[in-house]
Ligand binder design. Structure first.
Ligand code: ADP
Length: 513
């Protein structure tokens, strides 16, 4: 096992990796930008090194500097987390060339899966079903129209180097293709420095179902079942669960075998995910392989009972998987909500500011993977995902009520977050039935994001006014802020830190929403 690992990331995933290392008895080195000097991951690591100014292009993305810090601090391996440098083949190669271990797949496997067109070619050669379309980028609109007409509209234009839903355009008619191709190419060039775009058939009303795989350096590849990630906005996942209501044990076995075949074809090692579209008839199509740990990995951990990040580290250290032929069966139901600093009532506009007060839900079956605390400053330099709220329960129905309970307990004061949106999803009958496709969220956006009704607003204002009047009366009487409980126990001189009136008012308004 390694004695020291450098964590080349920030926020919740940096903390997640640090925790895994601590449990394995491995020392950690955190890196941080000037914006993150007081971030929790910096404090929790054994050592922390400043790597540059806030923009990630000058800090978290400067691979040579990270490798230099690892060498100077005596770390033997680098865990990239997700995002940033996690899927850059050149970085994995540079880490290896520096005599360090990259905790992830070999650079060659990242390359093989890095381009969507190359991944499609590899999948086809391994007998993995892919969405009908091209494996080469299209040269011009005329060629694109000719190809589209072979399988019919609507089609989806996709950036070969794509990720995060960027460079994607749905095209419903030949007349729209030229404009869509030009704008997809422009967006791809800006986002990835590569304007290659190819065509796929647009599948109507599918689910996004992905399979977690884990492979060691001894030739063992296992799959750990599926995650259902159909609740998406602009091709970005918002809520994930394991297992999926749409996957039977028989389908799980087939999709799992397909994912293992794709991983083997790529010479894959470490944790990875094969993403599929699953249509209404139970047909599935390979989309791509994510060659890193994913945001939504905890739902798999909870139902399968293992620590994926620890296994990433153990496999990278050369350990063989002790369950090479195990048929993993999900136990209970797990669900994850991504808590982002975005305002759902205002088009998911990013929200910035200081987190004045954070109350994290606890209790049975609740897990919080976060990178924030009271006092954290939320800016625009990094991804808006602040934390993940994850629950585990015996059934899907109980997981939903547990999630609702946990979301109500959660208080984040000072910035807007996605919390209210998640509560609305939990209350929605379609979601409760599991009757969801990747288009569901966009189709129901108004109902899921409308501001509180006027009746609720009036109630909220009344509660707030009453509480303010109460505080003022108390301040006027000169007494310290105390609760009834502390007075009863004779501790009247000690101030009690409880929820602010805003917490109470907000929770109350939600209870009645
Ligand atoms: P990215 O790497 O940018 O996230 P993906 O290929 O993983 O792109 O696709 C992102 C999302 O877009 C999928 O989860 C799915 O919701 C949707 N999508 C992708 N391909 C298709 C398709 N052929 N038909 C319909 N929807 C698709």
């Amino acid at each position: 096992m390694f004695s020291k690992v450098l964590v080349a990331n920030r926020g919740e995933i940096a903390l997640r990796v640090i925790r895994a290392c601590q449990e394995l008895g491995v020392k950690t080195v955190a890196v941080y930008s000037e914006a993150d000097a007081r971030a929790p991951h910096v404090r929790e690591a054994d050592e922390a090194v400043l790597i540059g100014p806030p923009p990630s292009s000058q800090s978290y993305l400067v691979g040579e500097r990270l490798i230099d810090v690892a060498l100077r601090t005596g770390a033997q391996a680098i865990h990239p987390g997700y995002g940033f440098l996690s899927e850059r083949a050149w970085f994995a190669r540079a880490v290896r060339d520096a005599g360090l271990v990259f905790i992830g797949p070999p650079a060659e496997a990242i390359e093989a899966m890095g381009s969507k067109t190359a991944a499609r070619q590899l999948a086809i050669s391994a007998g993995v079903p892919v969405v009908p379309g091209t494996t080469e980028s299209v040269r011009n609109a005329a060629e694109a129209i000719a190809i589209a007409e072979t399988f019919g509209f609507p089609v989806l234009l996709k950036a070969a180097a794509g990720g995060g839903g960027k460079g994607m355009r749905i095209v419903r008619a030949a007349s729209e293709l030229a404009d869509a191709l030009a704008s997809a190419k422009r967006e791809a060039q800006n986002a990835f420095g590569d304007d290659a775009v190819y065509i796929e058939k647009y599948i109507e009303g599918p689910r996004h179902v992905e399979i977690q795989v884990l492979a060691d350096t001894h030739g063992n590849v296992v799959h750990l079942g599926e995650r259902e990630c159909s609740v998406q906005r602009r091709h970005q996942k918002m809520i994930e669960e394991a297992p999926s209501v749409a996957v039977s044990p028989e389908l799980r076995a087939r999709m799992g075998a397909t994912a293992v075949a794709a991983a083997r074809a790529a010479g894959y090692v470490n944790a990875g995910t094969c993403e599929f579209l699953l249509d209404k008839d139970g047909q599935y199509y390979f989309l791509e392989m994510n060659t890193r740990i994913q945001v939504e990995h905890p739902v798999t951990e909870l139902v399968m009972g293992l620590d994926l990040v620890q296994w990433q580290i153990r496999v990278a250290a050369g350990e063989a998987l002790p369950f090479p032929h195990k048929d993993f069966v999900p136990r209970g139901w797990a669900m994850e909500c991504r808590i982002t600093s975005e305002d759902p009532t205002n088009g998911f506009l990013p929200s910035t500011g200081r987190i004045e007060y954070l109350h994290v839900p606890t209790g049975p079956g609740v897990r919080w993977d976060g990178g924030i605390e009271s006092g954290s400053d939320i800016g625009l330099h990094y991804d808006p995902m602040l934390a993940k709220l994850i629950v585990h329960a015996p059934t899907r129905e109980l997981a939903i009520s547990r999630m609702r309970r946990a979301l109500r307990e959660l208080t984040i004061d000072g910035i807007e977050t996605s919390r209210s949106f998640h509560l609305r999803v939990m209350d929605h009958p379609d979601f409760q039935r599991g009757d969801i496709t990747i288009q569901w969220l966009e189709q129901n956006l108004p109902a899921l994001t409308a501001p509180a009704t006027s009746r609720e607003s009036i109630r909220l204002a009344a509660i707030a006014a009453a509480l303010v009047a109460h505080e003022e009366r108390r301040a006027g009487s000169g007494g310290p802020a105390t609760s009834n409980a502390s007075i009863a126990s004779g501790e009247s001189s000690r101030s009690v830190h409880g929820p602010t009136w805003r917490d109470v008012a907000r929770r109350d308004s939600l209870r009645f929403s």
